[in-house]
Design a binder for this molecule. Structure first.
Ligand SMILES: [Zn+2]
Length: 90
């Protein structure tokens, strides 16, 4: 009589990854996690990602970046912000 400590909902399929990411809206996975300090992922549109620049806040500036290419994001930072302040992008 010592095996029943973790009796939970029994027959739901085990999805162990769901538990720790419950506060952001589920299936939006940031395409470039290393850039998420600067850009938040808004949506995927066709072959592009719509990203929002956090450096522009409170101004809203959405940048669309072709998937697998961060060059539009990089260009935005270079043009709109001081690029050398963010050496990680170069
Ligand atoms: Zn910006």
């Amino acid at each position: 009589m010592m095996a029943d400590m973790e009796a939970d909902d029994g027959d739901s399929p085990a999805t162990s990854e769901e538990t720790n990411t419950s506060r952001s809206s589920s299936n939006l996975v940031h395409p470039w996690p290393y850039l998420q300090n600067m850009f938040s992922f808004v949506e995927k549109r066709g072959e592009s990602y719509i990203m929002q620049c956090k450096l522009c806040v409170p101004k809203k500036s959405n940048i669309s970046a072709y998937k697998n290419s961060t060059s539009n994001l990089r260009k935005h930072v270079e043009v709109s912000h001081v690029s050398r302040a963010f050496p990680g992008l170069n």
